[in-house]
Structure formats: structure tokens, C-alpha cells
Write a protein that binds this ligand. Structure first.
Ligand SMILES: Nc1ncnc2c1ncn2[C@@H]1O[C@H](COP(=O)(O)OP(=O)(O)OP(=O)(O)O)[C@@H](O)[C@H]1O
Length: 591
């Protein structure tokens, strides 16, 4: 029975007590079990019924199943006709394989839907070997009434996580289930051994797969001098041409396209636009289920002009990050072609500043006009047309009234032939809904990344912003204060940074700004400088929470991670309740 908890009866009583009061009498159940009950309750799992969801089309031919097969085959031989089952699940707790030879035990497992396709994740069925081992990443034994859901009380299960040694990520789980009471130490030893064997085979298959991928990559590279990329689950290899062509933001696009083509089977080609707008054709040679070698070429007739590498410094803007440099270069390219641009970005990221900087670089003598929603939009548009040409910025065009938008659409049609006199940039919040008639008249879209995604820009922005606000006073930012600024998530972006510096300047007339000169909001921040990956992960969680109206279980499903992980990340990233906020910039530890 339970290793260091109470007897079966006392565990059953403890569960009843927990269901009634939310607490457990001391030492009646093992600590891991009590925590899992709490998580199950938080996830809203039913305690007297069982509704594991069913998933179609799970990857039953993938590397994990392949690696596990001989291990399960061997163990199955030893089971003979005993009422015992061996189970393999994927990293999300969805069953991929089940071995059971005993008739009535198999029927029982079918009744409780411990069968291929069903998910035994904790958030769906509560405390159980598979779900709880998935949450804790530890070998887990759950017996009888330790299960949260009563329909599972007849069985005992031991589960071990299978870790992909290449990536360190959870690859799946291997489980052994029998009638309760089970023998915890023996069952745990069996699954532990099985998990290690599967991990070893996974690593061997991984290196085989990489070898095949490398061979295909080298062979594609030898023929034809094209951009070649090899893509696998956790690996991307690119030749020089591909590295020159692709921006970091193109990798996600590429993976999606590869998944589409590999899913469709066979060798295929597809055309799509890279993040910089270049139209490319991609030819894909699948290597395995989730990996392929692709050749990429600019689509005929869509040869884009060589990408001008206009740097922020050329535009007299502060910022050293590659992502910001890319937006600068791309906006400059569109200005050269007089392409109208929708410039998206969270408030305060520097959209207008960027449009102004590009304008000043190419035509400082011409007019630069910013039209706001509060203005007489139609009148201002007419005035812009009458001027000698220049740049017109429609600032936060999503907040224009219907009438103002109609006037803008009319005006854009009027100047449609004016291809080298008036350059139009509309700015908008990220994800703002814009009507199709307006979007159709803004052929290019660029996104200015939030400051937290290019936090290294803070180092250059701080002296640049200080120089415009100190009116000759000699004030700089001390290293300790800079560290504080680099840790902030800057929900107000560059505008927020400028405000924080103004606050500091009111306290420090000369010398070096110290941490205590900065506003409180700068100190309520992440515990360390977030990496780009962490900021992307945090924002994905925020977006999922917004999409699911704050429903953490639904957000976890959407993201393909467990609910506990969502809770942990929410707390680690300091994400505040998105239900009380309408926009991403209000999330996170803000001022
Ligand atoms: N790269 C930069 N270098 C120097 N100053 C910058 C930079 N980016 C933004 N700023 C300054 O930050 C402030 C905010 O920029 P800006 O008004 O262009 O942001 P925005 O994204 O257009 O804001 P909103 O969404 O509120 O319209 C401005 O004072 C601008 O000059």
C-alpha cells in the first residue's frame, strides 16, 4: 500500500476529508498525492466520474513509439496472461500504446478508458500515475483511493517519465497498471528500467535520424547552390545562402510550412512570403515523420531588390538588436519603393519615431505630417495631397472613426497614382482589427517588436533619451541603475522608459542615476533579465490566457502544456490576471 502514507482505509478517509474540507489530516497520505489532489481540484476534475478526452491521429509511428516498441515487446513476454497492463503515453499524457493480455482486466481498462487515444493528463482525470508523473517528472506510484477520481480506485499504477537525452525534454511516459493493491517498489523498478531502456533507444534513433538528415542536407547542398535548410523537431541546419536569406522570424514560418508539406506526404513545393516580404518557393524532401530537408529559392518574377541593410544608427535611432535593425531596414526598403506600410506595435514602441527617422533619412526637406484620430481627418488628408509631397503618418488608424476611415480610403484611392511623392504609413496597435478596404490599401505590414523582446536596446536608448531630457545637465545612468532597467519588462515600451528616466532626472540633477532614483515600477520586475525565448514563452502564455478569457486549463490545452506548468509560469513571469486587462501591454509586472 501507499509507501509512507496511511492504510488503504485511512487514505480513503483522507480523500473524503480532502473533498469536503480541502485539507488532509497530517501524514495520512504521501505529500506528492496531496499536492496532486490539490492540482486536480484546481483543474476542476470530477471526483466520482471520469471523462478523459479522446484525441484522433496521435503520432503512433513516431520516434517514441519506435523506441519503445522492443522494450514493451520484451516486457509483454513476461506478463503472460497476468492482469497487468503496460502503457506508453506521449508527453501530454495521451496513450499511444497499451499491452494487456488478460481479458477481464482489459475490459476494465476499456471501461475506465485507459486506452490508446485517451488522455490521462492530471487536468483531465486527476491524480493517476501517468498524469502525476507528467506533472512532477518523477517516478510515481498511485494506488487505489489515492486516485482522485473514484472510478480509478480499483487499480494501482506506477509510471516513469521518459526524457529525451538530446533535448532534456519530456518525451513520454511508460506505465504499468494492475489491480489495487499494487506493489509500489516492484512496479516502480519495472517502469524505471523500461524508461531508461526507451531513453537509450531514443538517443540511438536520434543520432541515426541526425545522420540521415545530415546526409540529405549535404547532398542537397552539393547540387545547385541554393539555400538549403534541414529541419527536425529540435534542430535546424542552414547553409550560408539560407542563413543570408532567412531572418530569425522566418524559422517559425519555415517549420509550419515543413509540417504542412511533410503532413501531405511526398516531395512537394509551396510558395509563401518570408517575414521581410520576399516571395519564395520551397521544395521539401521529407526525411522522417517530423523532419525534412528543404531548398528555398526566390519565386520567379518576385525577385526582391537586395535587402538594404539600413541600420538604426543610419537613421539616428538608438538600438542594436537584430530585430529592431530588421524593421528599420525593411521600412527603409518600403520607403524607397514608396510602398504604403501598416506599422504595427504595442503603444510606445517607437512607430512614429521610426517613420519620422526613415522620412528624415530620405527627404528631410519635405513635409512630415502625423494625422491623429482627433483631427479633421478628411481635411488633413486633403491638405496633405495639396502639399509638395512627403510622408503622412496615420497614427493609430484603428482608433479612427468609421467616417474618418472612409475618408482615408477615398484619399488613398485619389493618390493611388502618386507613386513617388506621398509615402503613407499607418500605425496601429498589434492585433488591432482593421477593415479590409483599408488593409487592402496598405500592401506591407511590419511589426515593431516590444522593448522586452529587444531588451539590449535599452543600453543605447537610455543615453539617447537622457540627452534629449537633461537640457545640458551632466547626468548619466549608473551601472546598478542600468541593471535595474535591463530587468524591467517595459509594458509601456520606449515611452515607459522615457518616463522612468524623467522620474529619475527629477531626483538626480547631476551625476549618475542610481537604482533608488528610479520609480518603484522599475523594481517590481522579473527576477532576472528574460531571454528572448522566455519573453516569447511569456507572451504566448498571455495570449493564450487572453484567448481563453483567463481559463488556465483551456490556455494550457491551447499551448500543449500542463495546467500546473501554466500556473508555475504565470507566477515566475509575474503575469497579472489578463481578465482585468484588455491589452498585452497591461500584462506582466507593470508600473
Ligand atoms: N529607437 C529609438 N531611439 C530613440 N528614441 C526613440 C526610439 N524609439 C522611440 N523613441 C522615443 O520614444 C518615444 C515614443 O515613441 P513613439 O511615439 O514613436 O512611439 P509609438 O509606438 O508611435 O507610440 P504610440 O503607440 O503611443 O503612438 C518618442 O519620444 C520617441 O522619440
Amino acid at each position: 500500500m501507499p509507501n509512507s502514507g496511511g492504510t488503504a482505509e485511512s487514505v480513503a478517509r483522507a480523500r473524503e476529508c480532502f473533498l469536503k474540507t480541502g485539507t488532509v489530516p497530517a501524514t495520512q497520505v504521501r505529500p506528492g498525492i496531496e499536492e496532486s489532489w490539490r492540482r486536480s481540484r484546481l483543474s476542476g476534475v470530477g471526483y466520482d466520474d471520469l471523462n478523459p478526452p479522446y484525441f484522433e491521429g496521435l503520432d503512433t509511428d513516431g520516434r517514441l513509439v519506435l523506441a519503445a516498441k522492443p522494450v514493451l515487446d520484451r516486457l509483454e513476454q513476461t506478463l503472460l496472461d497476468a492482469p497487468v497492463s503496460l502503457i506508453l503515453s506521449d508527453a501530454r499524457g495521451r496513450l499511444l500504446d497499451r499491452r494487456v493480455n488478460h481479458g477481464s482486466f482489459r475490459r476494465h481498462l476499456d471501461r475506465i478508458r485507459l486506452a490508446p487515444g485517451f488522455s490521462y493528463a492530471e487536468e483531465h482525470v486527476g491524480t493517476n500515475g501517468i498524469g502525476t508523473a507528467r506533472e512532477t517528472r518523477q517516478i510515481t506510484f498511485v494506488d487505489g483511493s489515492e486516485h482522485f477520481a473514484a472510478p480509478l480506485h480499483a487499480v494501482a499504477c506506477a509510471t516513469a517519465p521518459i526524457i529525451d537525452q538530446l533535448t532534456g525534454r519530456l518525451a513520454g511516459l511508460v506505465d504499468i497498471t494492475c489491480w489495487s493493491p499494487g506493489d509500489g517498489p516492484v512496479m516502480s523498478a519495472v517502469v524505471c528500467g523500461a524508461a531508461r531502456d526507451i531513453e537509450r533507444r531514443l538517443a540511438e534513433l536520434g543520432s541515426e535520424r541526425e545522420r540521415t538528415l545530415l546526409e540529405q542536407f549535404m547532398s542537397a547542398e552539393r547540387h545547385g547552390g541554393q539555400a538549403v535548410v534541414a529541419v527536425a523537431d529540435d534542430l535546424t541546419m542552414a547553409n550560408r545562402r539560407a542563413a543570408d536569406l532567412l531572418e530569425p522570424s522566418d524559422h517559425a514560418i519555415l517549420r509550419d510550412k515543413v509540417a504542412e508539406l511533410v503532413g501531405a506526404g511526398g516531395n512537394h513545393a509551396t510558395s509563401f512570403a518570408l517575414s521581410g516580404g520576399e516571395q519564395v518557393t520551397m521544395r521539401c524532401t521529407p526525411v522522417e515523420a517530423n523532419s525534412a530537408v528543404v531548398k528555398i529559392s526566390l519565386t520567379d518574377g518576385h525577385r526582391s531588390p537586395p535587402r538594404p541593410r539600413m541600420r538604426p544608427a543610419d537613421l539616428k535611432l538608438a538600438g542594436t538588436s537584430t530585430v529592431f535593425a530588421n524593421v528599420c531596414a525593411n521600412l527603409a526598403m518600403h520607403r524607397q519603393a514608396y510602398t504604403r506600410v501598416l506599422l504595427e506595435g504595442e503603444p510606445g514602441v517607437g512607430k512614429v519615431a521610426l517613420a519620422r527617422a526613415v522620412h528624415c533619412r530620405y527627404a528631410p526637406e519635405r513635409s512630415f505630417m502625423v494625422i491623429e484620430s482627433t483631427a479633421d481627418v478628411a481635411g488633413q488628408c486633403r491638405a496633405a495631397l495639396g502639399a509638395s509631397g512627403g510622408t503622412v503618418v496615420l497614427r493609430h488608424v484603428e482608433s479612427f472613426s468609421g467616417e474618418a476611415r472612409a475618408a482615408v480610403v477615398d484619399w488613398l484611392d485619389t493618390i493611388a497614382g502618386d507613386t513617388d511623392r506621398v509615402w503613407v504609413v499607418a500605425t496601429a496597435d498589434v492585433g488591432a482589427e482593421l477593415p479590409d478596404d483599408l488593409l487592402g490599401r496598405l500592401p506591407a505590414t511590419l511589426t515593431v517588436p516590444p522593448l522586452r523582446h529587444r531588451i539590449e536596446d535599452v543600453r543605447e536608448l537610455v543615453p539617447a533619451l537622457l540627452s534629449t531630457s537633461t537640457s545640458g545637465r551632466s547626468v548619466s545612468c549608473g551601472p546598478a541603475a542600468m541593471r535595474v532597467l535591463l530587468r524591467s519588462t517595459w509594458p509601456g515600451n520606449v515611452t515607459g522608459l522615457a518616463q522612468a528616466l524623467c522620474h529619475a532626472l527629477a531626483r538626480r540633477r547631476v551625476g549618475q542615476i542610481q537604482p533608488e532614483d528610479l520609480p518603484e515600477s522599475c523594481h517590481v520586475t522579473a527576477s532576472h533579465v528574460l531571454t528572448r525565448w522566455e519573453t516569447i514563452e511569456r507572451d504566448a502564455i498571455i495570449r493564450a490566457l487572453l484567448e481563453t478569457h483567463g481559463d488556465k486549463a483551456a490556455a494550457a490545452d491551447l499551448l500543449g502544456i500542463s495546467r500546473t506548468t501554466v500556473y508555475r509560469k504565470i507566477s515566475a513571469y509575474g503575469i497579472t490576471n489578463p481578465l482585468t486587462c484588455s491589452k498585452m501591454e497591461h500584462l506582466g509586472p507593470g508600473p
